[in-house]
Design a binder for this molecule. Structure first.
Ligand code: FE2
Length: 354
């Protein structure tokens, strides 16, 4: 019998590192000679940002940020443990990892035949894992095949793949999600459930031109790429995905993996801090179940706010709206100095008995 839950987490890379490294992006920007001195002067920062920065470059704020994030990770993990899905379907951004100049699909169902074997542990990770340690995650080829088929039958022209292109194993949005959902697990080398990644081209105009990374503000000669899929289209992908799973034989967790506004994508803030008010607006609408506020959001506004990765959450929001699934729990972990705000969310299970 089909049962579906919706989940959302961050895949912020710094969570795997010591707190001393949390503000490294901001510290790098403060050394950038192309950013004007007035913008770098804390006296001109928003007041909450000055408070977070304090007199130790944010270190005192780091523990609270980490704990706030871990509360969400642990709750989502506990929900998965209780739900025991047949697969976890994850919407995540591909930042010039598996998809490069030879092809950039707006959406792709990774219905890999083989399991995902990744090496996601970076030097200095807090678990003391070796960079050679492998994370093995089961793939979900049958569910992926059925999802891609259904989306195409629903007039949704999604791409699919049976094997990797440029990136072996799981790319960062997916592998980091696994690491964090395993945060307290003694076994860091496997994941309890099969995973079906659905990468979204969130970075759009920057995916090839800037290799899905930090835009170079002072160089305007770079030709940008075509845009990402629109927020509304991502929302519709989520709805079509939910329609399929609602009538499928599987128990499935639908998960968005990403932080929200990213400082390094907010050029109006000189890449120093994220657009907190824009994130708050979307978050409040999510809590209120006001999906019209989501679908009315133009892509240009999201790019202006550095919310490219929130497109993953548009898929989740679309799915939850289609299923009429109420939000069961959520948190908004704000940060000006640690690159991004992080949202975690758990939507109520739907389909029981139906
Ligand atoms: Fe990302």
């Amino acid at each position: 019998m089909a049962e579906v839950i919706g989940l959302g987490i961050s895949h912020w890379p710094r969570l795997a590192t010591a707190e001393e490294g949390y503000s490294i992006r901001l510290r790098n920007s403060l050394r950038d000679p192309h950013i004007p001195a007035e913008a770098k002067d804390p006296a001109n920062w928003p007041e909450p940002m000055r408070r977070e920065w304090g007199d130790d470059q944010g270190l005192s704020h780091a523990a609270a940020h980490r704990e706030g994030l871990l509360v969400g990770m642990r709750r989502v993990r506990a929900r998965l443990d209780a739900f025991q899905p047949d697969a976890v379907v994850i919407w995540g951004d591909d930042q010039y990892e598996n998809f490069r100049e030879d092809i950039v699909p707006p959406f792709c169902v990774l219905a890999y035949q083989d399991d995902f074997v990744s090496k996601p542990f970076k030097t200095g990770n807090i678990w003391g894992m070796s960079t050679e340690d492998e994370l093995r995650v089961r793939s979900a080829p049958e569910i992926g095949h059925a999802l891609a088929s259904s989306l195409l039958q629903q007039d949704f022209d999604v791409a699919y793949a049976y094997k990797p292109l440029h990136f072996t194993g799981l790319s960062h949005a997916f592998a980091n999600a696994m690491m964090y959902l395993n945060f307290d697990q003694p076994d860091k080398k496997s994941f309890a459930w099969p995973v079906l990644p659905v990468p979204i081209n969130c970075y759009g105009s920057h995916v090839l031109s800037h290799r899905g990374s930090v835009p170079v503000l002072h160089d305007t000669s770079v030709r940008l790429d075509p845009p990402s899929p629109s927020p509304r289209r991502c929302f519709e992908l989520g709805r079509a995905t939910a329609r399929f799973f609602r009538s499928s034989p599987w128990r499935v967790a639908l998960m968005a993996s990403s932080s929200w506004s990213h400082a390094f994508l907010v050029s109006k803030h000189w890449q120093l801090y994220p657009d907190v008010p824009a994130d708050r607006r979307l978050y409040n609408a999510l809590v209120a179940g006001d999906y019209k506020a989501w679908t009315d959001t133009p892509l240009a506004d999201m790019v202006d706010a550095g919310q490219q990765e929130v497109l993953n959450w548009f898929c989740l929001a679309g799915a939850m709206s289609e299923l009429n699934a109420p939000l069961e729990w959520s948190s908004f972990v704000e940060s000006y100095v640690f690159n991004s705000n992080k949202v975690a969310a758990i939507f109520a299970e739907t389909g029981r008995g139906g």
